[in-house]
Design a protein around this ligand. Structure first.
Ligand code: UDP
Length: 390
C-alpha cells in the first residue's frame, strides 16, 4: 500500500508537551506531511528548523480565547466561528489523505473539515477528559464529536483512554500510542552539566529539580512546601508559564520563595529549549502535578537522564512508574510524603542508584521513538483510503 500523506493540525504554537511530541512525529513523516497551526510562535520556528512543511492559518480570537477552563456555553457560542474557520482548512485538507488533529480545539475544527473534504480524521488526545480538567458539558461534547467524526482516537495512556470512555467516547475508536522520546538526547557532556551548576552557583549540596510549565495544577508549590524544612536542599525550577492564565501563579511561586527565606536556594531557570543538562544537574527529578497527568513526558525524560524520579500517584504517571521498582510515587499534593521520599532517596544512595538504573532501562525500551512511530503508522494504515487500481 502506498504511504498516505498526512496533514497535522494543532491550534497552539507554544512549546507544550503535545507540540514537542508532534515535532518528533512530524519529523518522521516530513516527506509526506505538513503541519497547520492556528497561530504563529516557537513551535512553528522549531518545525521550520526541522525542515517540516508548515502553514499558519490564523484563527479568530473567538476560537483562540476558548481555554480549558472556559464554560461549556462559551464553547457552544464559538461553534459558528469553528464552522466558518473549518472552511478555511478544507482546501489545504484536500491535498492530503489523512487529517490528524493534535489538540482538542484543532480536533473540533478538523472534524468539520474532514466531513467537508471527505478525509478520515484521527484525533490524538493528549488530555484527560475528567472533572479535574474540564466541565462535564465540554467532555461529553468532544467525546460525541469524536464518536461521530473520528476514524481513530490515539490516546497517550490507559488513563486517557479510560477518561475518554467515561465521557461517552467509544472505546473501540481508541489506540494507545505512548510518547516516544529519543534516549540519545539525554546523554550530555559533563561540561554542559557543569555550566548549569556554575550558573546557579551549585556546590556540593543536594539538588532537586522540577521540569514543567508553571501552572497551578503542575504543583511546583508542593515542592516548595516539601523542602521548606530541608534547609540544605537546593531547588531547580525549570519551565515558565506558557499560557496567559498561569502568569499569576508563576509570580506567586517566586514570592513564596522570597517570603519563606528560600530565594537563595530556589533557582528559577525559566523555559529551556533543552532540559537535558538541567536534569543531569539534579540529584532527584520531581514531578508534582496535583491533578492526574495524562502522560507526563518529564517523568520519562528524568528516567532517561538516569535520575531517580519521584512522581505523583495518578493518571499516566502510574503507568510509567511502579513505586520502589523504577522510581517512587507519592500522593498528589502531599508535601509531607514528598519530603519523606526526598529524604529517603538522599539517605539511601544505593537504593536511589538502583531505582535510577532500572528506570533508565525501562524508559529506553518502553518509550522509544521507534515504538511510537510504529504505533502511529499502524493507525495511518488502518484508516488510509483504499487504493484504486486502473
Ligand atoms: N519542557 C521544555 N522546557 C522547559 C520545561 C519543559 O522543553 O523549560 C518540556 C519537557 O521536556 C517535556 C514537555 O515540556 O517534554 C512537557 O511535557 P509533559 O507531558 O510533561 O507536560 P505538558 O506540558 O504536556 O502538560
Amino acid at each position: 500500500m502506498p504511504s498516505p500523506s498526512i496533514l497535522f493540525v494543532d491550534h497552539s504554537a507554544a512549546l507544550g508537551g503535545a507540540e514537542l511530541y508532534l515535532l518528533d512525529v512530524a519529523k518522521h513523516f516530513r516527506d509526506r506531511a505538513a503541519v497547520v497551526t492556528f497561530e504563529n510562535g516557537p513551535f512553528v520556528d522549531r518545525l521550520q528548523a526541522a525542515c517540516i512543511k508548515s502553514q499558519v492559518i490564523a484563527a479568530p480570537a473567538s476560537i483562540l480565547e476558548v481555554r480549558r477552563d472556559s464554560s461549556f456555553l462559551r464553547l457552544v457560542a464559538a461553534v459558528p466561528a469553528l464552522c466558518r474557520f473549518a472552511f478555511q482548512l478544507v482546501s489545504t485538507a484536500r491535498d492530503y489523505d489523512i487529517l490528524f488533529a493534535n489538540s482538542q480545539k484543532s480536533f473540533l475544527v478538523t472534524a468539520i473539515a474532514g466531513v467537508l473534504s471527505r478525509r478520515p480524521v484521527i484525533w490524538n488526545l493528549h488530555d484527560l477528559l475528567t472533572d479535574d480538567h474540564f466541565s462535564a458539558g465540554k467532555r461529553h461534547l468532544v467525546a460525541r464529536v469524536a464518536n461521530a467524526c473520528a476514524s481513530r482516537v490515539i490516546v497517550n495512556s490507559e488513563a486517557t483512554r479510560k477518561a475518554f470512555a467515561s465521557s461517552g467516547g467509544r472505546r473501540s475508536l481508541t489506540r494507545i500510542v505512548y510518547n516516544g522520546i529519543d534516549a540519545a538526547d539525554f546523554d550530555v557532556s559533563p561540561h554542559d552539566v557543569q555550566t548549569v551548576r556554575n550558573n546557579f552557583q551549585l556546590q556540593s549540596e543536594p539538588v532537586v529539580g522540577v521540569f514543567s510549565r508553571l501552572a497551578s495544577w503542575k504543583g511546583q508549590h508542593v515542592l516548595l512546601d516539601a523542602v521548606a524544612a530541608l534547609p540544605e536542599i537546593h531547588v531547580l525550577i525549570v519551565g515558565d508559564a506558557l499560557f496567559g492564565g498561569d502568569v499569576k501563579y508563576a509570580r506567586t511561586l517566586r514570592q513564596t520563595a522570597e517570603k519563606r527565606g528560600m530565594a537563595h536556594r530556589v533557582h528559577f531557570a525559566g523555559f529551556q529549549q533543552n532540559i537535558a543538562p538541567y536534569l543531569h544537574a539534579c540529584d532527584i527529578v520531581i514531578h508534582t502535578s496535583t491533578a492526574p497527568e495524562p502522560f507526563g513526558r518529564v517523568i520519562v525524560e528524568g528516567m532517561l537522564a538516569g535520575k531517580p524520579v519521584i512522581a505523583t500517584k495518578a493518571g499516566g504517571a502510574r503507568e510509567i512508574i511502579t513505586s520502589e521498582q523504577n522510581g517512587l510515587l507519592v500522593a498528589p499534593g502531599d508535601s509531607a510524603a514528598l519530603r519523606q521520599a526526598i529524604v529517603s532517596l538522599l539517605s539511601k544512595p544505593d537504593m536511589a542508584r538502583a531505582l535510577a538504573q532500572r528506570g533508565r532501562q525501562e524508559a529506553a525500551s518502553r518509550y522509544s521513538l521507534e515504538k511510537m512511530v510504529e504505533g502511529i503508522n499502524h493507525v495511518f494504515q488502518s484508516v488510509a483510503p483504499p487504493v484504486t487500481t486502473a
